[in-house]
Write a protein that binds this ligand. Structure first.
Ligand SMILES: Nc1ncnc2c1ncn2[C@@H]1O[C@H](COP(=O)(O)OP(=O)(O)OP(=O)(O)O)[C@@H](O)[C@H]1O
Ligand SMILES: [Mg+2]
Length: 292
C-alpha cells in the first residue's frame, strides 16, 4: 500500500476545505495563495497541474494536483445530476461543474483547461462519452477517462486485494493482482440507501436523514437501522470476490465513513477490511492523477 497514503489524504482534506472566496483582483491573490499553501504547496513552484472530476450519484468532486500529484485545491457539492454512473441531468451537471471550476480557479489564480474524469466499471461506452462531454462542455479538454476502482488504486497502490468503493448509489469492486486490476463490478446499493432507510425509520425527509447520517455523533444510534444495508454491501462484495484469492479489502467512497461498516464487511466476507482515513477523496484523487 502507498506509504504516503495518510499524509496525502490529510493534505487533500486541507486543500478541499480551504474556504472558497470571491475573487477581488490582485489584492486578493496573496490571500488566495495562503489558502493553497495551507495544503503544504507553494504556488510559485507549480509548473504543471492535473485536474480530476468525479461526477458521483451523491457528490460531484473537483480536485487539482500539482505535477508531483500533491493536492493544491478542490471542492465538492451534493447534487442529483448523476445516478449510478449515468448522467441524468446533463445541463445541471454542466452548470454545477462550471461553478466548481470557477470556484477553484479563483482560489488558485489560474485557469484550469484540462481534466480527467472517471466512470464506474461496466457502464456502457456511450455513458462514459456522456460524462466526458459534461467535462468538455464545462470548459475542460478531457484528457483521460478512467474507471473508478483503477483510479482509486492509483492512490492506494495495493499489489493484491480488493478495492471496494461504496459511494452514494453503487458499490464498485475491483480485484487487484500483482498491481493490475483483474476484475471489476458495480452494483446498486450505496449511501443513498442508508439515507432512505434512516428517513423511513425515523419518518423524516431525505435531506434531514442525510444530515443526521453524516454526523459521526449520531452514527451509534443509527447503526442498528442501517446494519442490514451494510450487510447487503458485504454480501455483494462476498459474491464478487468468491472466485478470487483476496486477503485484504480496502473500503473507499463516502459511505466507508460510516462507523462500523468495515467490521460488517469483514464479517460477511471473512476477509480483513481496512478503511483509509479519508475514504471519500480516494477515487477523485486517483482520477486527477490520470490527467496526463
Ligand atoms: N461521514 C459520513 N458518514 C456516512 N456516510 C457518508 C459520510 N460522508 C459522506 N457519506 C456518504 O457518502 C456518499 C457519497 O460518497 P461518494 O462521493 O463516494 O459517492 P458518489 O461518487 O457520489 O456516488 P457513486 O460513486 O455511487 O456514483 C453519500 O451517500 C454520503 O451520504
Ligand atoms: Mg463515486
Amino acid at each position: 500500500m502507498n506509504p504516503q497514503l495518510d499524509a496525502l489524504l490529510a493534505r487533500t482534506e486541507r486543500a478541499l476545505l480551504a474556504p472558497p472566496r470571491a475573487y477581488r483582483g490582485d489584492r486578493e491573490s496573496s490571500r488566495a495563495q495562503s489558502s493553497v499553501e495551507r495544503a503544504g504547496v507553494s504556488l510559485a513552484t507549480i509548473r504543471d497541474y492535473r485536474v480530476g472530476v468525479d461526477l458521483g450519484t451523491a457528490y460531484t468532486v473537483l480536485i487539482v494536483l500539482d505535477e508531483n500529484d500533491q493536492p493544491l485545491a478542490g471542492t465538492y457539492r451534493f447534487a442529483n445530476v448523476v445516478r449510478d454512473g449515468l448522467v441524468v441531468d446533463f445541463i445541471g451537471a454542466i452548470d454545477l461543474l462550471r461553478e466548481l471550476k470557477r470556484e477553484v480557479e479563483t482560489r488558485l489564480g489560474f485557469e484550469l483547461t484540462h481534466a480527467a474524469t472517471g466512470y464506474p466499471p461496466g457502464v456502457p461506452r456511450v455513458e462514459v462519452r456522456a460524462t466526458a462531454n459534461v467535462v468538455r462542455a464545462a470548459g475542460f479538454d478531457c484528457r483521460a477517462e478512467i474507471d473508478e476502482p483503477t483510479a482509486a488504486n492509483a492512490v492506494l497502490q495495493i499489489r493484491d486485494g480488493a478495492v471496494v468503493d461504496v459511494g452514494g448509489g453503487t458499490t464498485g469492486i475491483a480485484i487487484v493482482r500483482d498491481g493490475q486490476v483483474v476484475y471489476t463490478a458495480d452494483e446498486a446499493t450505496g449511501g443513498t440507501h442508508f439515507t432512505l432507510v434512516i428517513a423511513g425509520a425515523l419518518n423524516i425527509s431525505f435531506d434531514d436523514a442525510e444530515k443526521l447520517k453524516v454526523d459521526a455523533r449520531e452514527q451509534d444510534r443509527l447503526y442498528p437501522l442501517v446494519r442490514p444495508v451494510m450487510e447487503k454491501v458485504g454480501s455483494i462484495v462476498a459474491r464478487h470476490i468468491f472466485d478470487h484469492v483476496v486477503e485484504t479489502i480496502y473500503l473507499v467512497g463516502g459511505t466507508a465513513n460510516f462507523k462500523g461498516i468495515a467490521s460488517v464487511v469483514e464479517e460477511m466476507t471473512g476477509v480483513r477490511t481496512i478503511v483509509p482515513t479519508q475514504p471519500l477523496f480516494v477515487t477523485p484523487l486517483g482520477i486527477a492523477m490520470n490527467d496526463r
